[in-house]
Design a protein around this ligand. Structure first.
Ligand code: MD3
Ligand code: FE
Length: 204
């Protein structure tokens, strides 16, 4: 692994191709029960270009009323599907955190989708890191500092890469500028999946 900045650890090619295919199969099963939906911005209702779903006890959602974690899918009302064992194993190996994650946000980027620079601060437990796994097309990921105006750096996140943000990096600004079309053949139609494993509630 490589330390990109204090609290940012990058694991290039963390998942080999068979593991990526296994994870993709698990995500397909999750999306059959909990379909990808289009989140909307609070207040404006403007749709995100990224579609989302979740697995685990809690899921992150966004609609006109705000951002929040909730135990059910916003459109079906069903509980989120169980977190696959391989995601729990990745958390145990990468997080260094002694409690299980309670949410896995699954982001799906079609070619052309992006995610603006933001902070993840809807959780209660900032002592826990966020673990990210990427599948499919390479993304140009940008990260900065605690102040939105801090200088930024970019890293290409490729299929199978993992990256962990903890400690002094847990509240940094970050986003996805764009995908590199045709950079992976994992997803037959192209695009990218990102999974973020999170501890939302305070550990007891
Ligand atoms: C740094 N996802 O879901 S993953 C998100 O590729 C999100 O879909 C991006 O930002 C994606 O909130 C980036 C890398 C990442 C994820 C969570 C972080 C970096 C982070 C939380 C805190 C700091
Ligand atoms: Fe984020």
């Amino acid at each position: 692994s490589l330390t990109l900045a204090p609290g940012v650890t990058y694991y290039p090619a963390y998942l080999d191709r068979p593991a990526q295919e296994d994870l993709l199969a698990a995500i397909r099963e999750i999306t059959r029960a909990a379909p990808l939906y289009t989140p909307r911005m609070p207040k404006t209702g403007k749709p995100f270009s990224v579609r989302m779903t979740n697995c685990g006890p809690l899921g992150w959602v966004s609609d006109e009323t705000g951002y929040r974690y909730q135990p059910t899918h916003p459109e079906t009302g069903a509980p989120w599907p169980e977190m696959p064992a391989m995601l729990r194993a990745a958390w145990d190996e990468l997080s260094g955190y002694p409690h299980p994650p309670d949410a896995c946000l699954i982001n799906f980027y079609e070619p052309g989708a992006r995610m603006g620079l933001h902070q993840d601060k809807d959780e209660e437990e900032f002592a826990a890191p966020v673990v990210s796994l990427s599948l499919g097309d390479t993304a140009l990921f940008r990260y900065g500092g605690l102040d939105r105006k801090d200088p930024t750096r970019s890293v290409r996140l490729r299929s199978g890469d993992a990256i962990v943000f903890g400690g002094p990096a847990r509240l940094i600004h970050h986003g996805i500028d764009r995908l590199i079309a045709g950079s992976s053949d994992l997803l037959p139609q192209g695009g990218r999946l990102n999974l973020t494993l999170r501890k939302v509630g305070r550990a007891l």
